[in-house]
Design a protein around this ligand. Structure first.
Ligand code: ZN
Length: 272
């Protein structure tokens, strides 16, 4: 089984400088393809450079709500250029985060609106983030979806009702090691039982959210731990094996992000 990790923060201080070792451990664990997350102009440039120099790495390019204050004319121009790069397969990480408020709400909405417009003009899918901002986020997504936008709400932490609302707009759901957290992950654990298998994606969000079920170690998360997410989803659903979850998610991610077929006889899912 070949897995796709749709969210890794290679620019983080925990992972920076360890790319080759991380990619080697990922490959050994069956994680064949990785999307490097761009969360700011600087991080997006790094993600794209990494994708340009590693065949199995692709990039997202965008500005996270935490960094939304940096959005302006020059950032917009630089992003437009990054979005033309063939290894950039999504716009984001973008969205709204009213939990930590590192950027004011209005700045977050301006940056998000511009990136939604970018998705519509380029045809790229969105890599979306929402925390404690459901009403505004959903309203903006609804408008974009009516205009044809698509994408994945990454690192789902909301309720089943919120997940169903995203699905109804045509957006997929990304699941991280949050699903292995019995306390914080309670809502997500309920939701993954109900989300159709053809709408799920797997991600580590490394170095964050190391699965509780992964072996104890240095503490931070990495793509090699992605199989623990698939295993937990299979256990919670009860109607599928971890391999079936992995195969479905791989097919979903390859389809959404337009990734080339991977080597290996298992690269295409029977659910595809
Ligand atoms: Zn996020």
């Amino acid at each position: 089984m070949q897995l796709i990790d749709i969210g890794v923060n290679f620019h983080s201080k925990q992972l920076a400088g360890h790319t080759d070792a991380i990619l080697a451990r990922a490959r050994k664990a069956g994680v064949a393809t990785i999307l490097a997350t761009g969360t700011s102009l600087g991080a997006s440039n790094k993600a794209v450079a990494l994708a340009d120099s590693h065949r199995q790495v692709y990039a997202t390019a965008g500005v996270h709500p935490h960094d939304a204050s940096q959005w302006g004319a020059s950032t917009a121009v630089a992003m437009q250029a990054l979005w033309q790069n063939p290894k950039v397969v999504a716009i984001g990480e973008c969205g709204l985060d009213y939990n930590r408020m590192f950027s004011p709400r209005e700045a977050q909405r301006v940056a998000f609106e511009a990136q939604l417009a970018g998705a519509l003009s380029t045809g790229l899918p969105l890599f979306l983030h929402c925390r404690d901002a459901f009403d505004d986020f959903h309203a903006m997504l609804r408008e974009a979806s009516q205009a044809g936008a698509r994408g994945v709400v990454h690192c789902m932490t909301g309720t089943l009702d919120e997940a169903l609302a995203y699905l109804a707009l045509g957006f997929d759901i990304g699941v991280t090691g949050w699903v292995t957290d019995l306390a914080r992950g309670k809502d997500l654990r309920t939701a993954v039982e109900q989300i159709p298998l053809d709408r799920l994606h797997l991600e580590t969000d490394a170095p964050y959210l190391r699965p509780k079920t992964a072996p104890k170690g240095e503490g931070f998360n990495e793509p090699a731990f992605l199989p623990y997410v698939a295993t937990e989803i299979a256990l919670l659903r009860g109607d599928v094996t971890a391999d079936e979850v992995a195969a479905a998610c791989t097919a979903n991610s390859a389809r959404l992000f337009g990734l080339p077929p991977m080597a290996g006889e298992d690269s295409r899912s029977r659910y595809g």
